[in-house]
Design a protein around this ligand. Structure first.
Ligand SMILES: Nc1ncnc2c1ncn2[C@@H]1O[C@H](COP(=O)(O)OP(=O)(O)OP(=O)(O)O)[C@@H](O)[C@H]1O
Length: 294
């Protein structure tokens, strides 16, 4: 069964097109990563699927129903990008308050233990660190034993240990049959958790494939050197940029490119090989539709 679906969805904010004809299906039991640079449209897509916003065009369904209908949303757990917790309530009280909305909630102690915050139960949320608040906000998404959870950049701002603890909790939920849509800037987070990744850029779906396939697409490196004149034709180049006398070549296989460059016998200087940022890799994908469609 399809638990979350966007069908040719467009959403604008004034002149900004945040989502441009986006389609996405998340089947029951899947853990799908939504990857994209700042402003790609991840939060907007999450807000449509969770019923917080409405699309301008297209249709969104959640568990086969309208995500704006509270009955549909009973099966949903959400952690938005920013959360406000009532500062004077204790952690345990917040959990009990949210749990009271569900027929069969996870017991408080079990939930806090799963998310590594059992020792915080008696603390007021106003006194928690940013990372502790974040862990509580994520735990709250799971309290009602949801069929599907939508987590928007859940681990941003967490230290490595807390991040890994959360990954384990999300994995455990998924292993028990839970369905997850999780957005992230971090490739390693998506790699650690997701089977499938949807890459968003400029409001469009640039790729929807297995993590391995997309890793190949965004695992692009930048080979740059100084050269008078045009560079020779070289294998595996997905984008070429020239800035003054420097040539920058983006490629998924920098070793093969450097070998070919040396063999071509051109008079280059100051060779550098560097990883590209995800954002650069996305730009390379956008420029090269053949690669993006792979
Ligand atoms: N309430 C709003 N009003 C105006 N523009 C908005 C609003 N919300 C989002 N946008 C714009 O829509 C585009 C998509 O934003 P969105 O927050 O969905 O992206 P994102 O992928 O979640 O980004 P980030 O990783 O930075 O959170 C951006 O250009 C953003 O500036």
């Amino acid at each position: 069964m399809i638990l979350a679906e966007a069908i040719e969805v467009t959403r604008r904010y004034g002149d900004v097109i945040a989502l441009d004809n986006v389609s996405l299906q998340v089947a029951e039991g899947e853990l799908v990563g939504l990857l994209g640079p700042n402003g790609a449209g991840k939060t907007t897509l999450a807000s449509l699927i969770t019923g917080v916003r409405r699309p301008d065009q297209g249709r969104v369904t959640l568990c086969g129903g309208d995500p704006r209908d509270p009955r549909t949303r009973k099966a949903l757990g959400v952690t938005p990008q920013e959360t406000g917790l009532p500062a004077t309530l204790r952690v345990g009280e917040v959990v009990d308050f949210v749990a009271a909305h569900y027929p069969d909630p996870v017991p408080r102690a079990e939930l806090l233990d799963q998310f590594g915050i059992a020792d915080l139960a008696k603390r007021q949320t106003g006194g928690l660190s940013g990372g502790q608040k974040r862990r509580l906000a994520i735990a709250l998404a799971f309290v009602g034993r949801p069929r599907v959870v939508v987590l928007d950049e859940p681990t941003t701002g967490l230290d490595v240990q807390s991040r890994r603890g959360l990954w384990d909790a999300i994995k455990a939920y998924h292993a028990g049959g839970g369905t997850v849509l999780l957005s992230s800037h971090y490739l390693e987070e998506i790699e650690a958790l997701a089977d499938r990744v949807v890459v968003l850029g400029h409001g469009r779906v640039l790729a929807d494939d297995t993590v391995t396939a997309v890793r190949g697409m965004v695992g692009v490196r930048r080979v740059s050197f100084a050269l008078a004149g045009e560079p020779p034709a070289l294998p595996g180049v997905v984008a070429v940029e020239r800035h003054e006398d420097r040539t920058h070549l983006l490629t998924p296989d920098s070793d093969a490119l450097v070998r070919a460059l040396v063999a071509s016998d051109v008079d280059f200087r100051d060779l550098e090989v560097a990883p590209t940022s995800l954002e650069e890799a996305f730009l390379a994908i956008t420029k090269e539709p053949a690669t993006a469609a792979a």
